[in-house]
Design a protein around this ligand. Sequence first.
Ligand code: CAO
Length: 548
Amino acid sequence: MSEQEIKVPDLGGADEVEIIEIIASEGDTVEAEDPILTLETDKASVELPSPEAGKITKITVKVGDKVKEGDVIGMLDAAGGASGDEAPSDSAPEAEPEPQEQPAAQESKPAPKKKSGGSRTEVVKVPSLDGMENIPVIELNVSEGDTVEQEDALVTVESDKATMEIPAPASGKIGKLLVKEGDTLSEGDDLLEMIIEDDGDSADDEPEAETSSGQASETPEAKAEKPAAESASQPQGATYEPPAPGTKVHAGPAVRKLARELGADLTRVKGSGPKGRITKDDVHGYVKSQLQQAQQGGGVATGSGIPGVKLPDFSQFGEVEREGMSRMMAVTAANMQRSWLNVPHVTQFDDADITEMEDFRKAQKAAGEKRGVKMTPLPFLLKACAAALAELPQFNVSLDMERKEVVRKKYIHIGIAVDTPHGLMVPVIRDVDQKGLWELAAESAELAQKARDKQLKPAEMQGACFTITSLGGIGGTAFTPIVNTPEVAILGVSKASMKPVWDGKEFQPRLMLPLSLSYDHRAVNGADAARFTNLLTQLLGDIRTLLL
Ligand code: CAO
């Protein structure tokens, strides 16, 4: 490895150019030709490529600095061991000196097509592109009928390394456009027709121009200051999505390339660089935010096709205050909405007679005190659900709609919804089918406490096949829980109460536990849901069957 200076190459005549973006960072490993920074003149932006493969050890410039040929912008430890000391400034970044040079529109003096009175129609040709050929048009900066000043941008072309605007060779009015976005251009190609007024003879302009281009009767000054992007009007065949009307995009070639690769519309990206210039970070940030919105259902309903809820100004009805959502609340809200919008929910209700189960549970009080574990109804519910999932495995699946596959799980992990001061959390008890009631009681109590103390690890909240949400300790007779996707069913448990139950001869007071089984009707049919709750009521009605 040998250290060498990275110098600004020949800038094709430009004096000083501004650094608009630093692409590489100190410590980065680069290949020869990888861009290190982007320079920009009034008319062109160009990437300064690494002269060799190696490691950037120093960047000595910053965005906004002006540099000229030969200036050192940083140091490179060349991988190939090239003698850095000898690396002459000219030989360093050799890739793109040319685009810096402003396209010499004047070189390609257009031949008059038609001359008539005070104006003439000329065909503007593509000027010298410094040896480059077949450069794609990425933007038409003018439309037919626009009035332009000399040097105004007519079209923007972009090579792998540079973006250039081809300027108007003179002031005048745009006639027929002879290219469209996506076309490739080389020096000498016809670009467009321009109606150029002869000096001191403007009075004859309108009638004469009409004969040249057939559309010159508009007021010449009408559109002179139109933003370049506004007139991009030919989307067909374009490889680059034209900016939204009225939006001028300031971005270098590397950024435009990145945006195209990622499918980002630059007109919607807010630039954080000098003069609002869009940087690569801006594009990455924009794409990230779009993905997050899509994944979270857009907070309200973006992507679902359902209009969001418009809020009134609540202060017109009385005093209000606003408070930011906690992260957990925002995540829970997004999860709930995603499930609600994606899953066709049905809820099956049933009551389990837990009179005997409760007798048994209460009889365990002393044993529980000895063990330091409280036996609540939850371990019985866990055990019964594990047995039902084993018996009816269609509830122990997830749907992969993209691949049109059903994912069957050979394990039985069950989530328990825990109400905490900071929001709803769902820790997961693994292999419920293999654990005893005391073990389940201890583990569920421990996980619930951890949830309340915000001590749960991510792994303790993952992998559930099914969820139990019990409001029994609080109250209520029934509810319709939302399936915790990608699971396909959830059991809601309400408060047990004594009810008169007909035994064939008379009414008996029985402790009845209301069950509400919500399920994804794509995965499970109603008959299976009824079988599932039937089974639960049998298992809970006679807990000896849990042993079978
Ligand atoms: N019917 C009647 N009483 C019940 C009952 C039921 N279905 N379930 C529990 N109870 C009783 C318990 O036996 C206990 O009474 P005792 O102290 O007299 O024994 C009391 O209610 C409190 O129980 P618990 O809530 O402490 O324990 P649990 O094991 O039943 O529940 C847990 C644990 C974590 C599920 C619960 O604390 C909880 O957080 N529930 C809320 C879940 C929730 O918010 N779900 C909604 C999700 S959707 O928004």
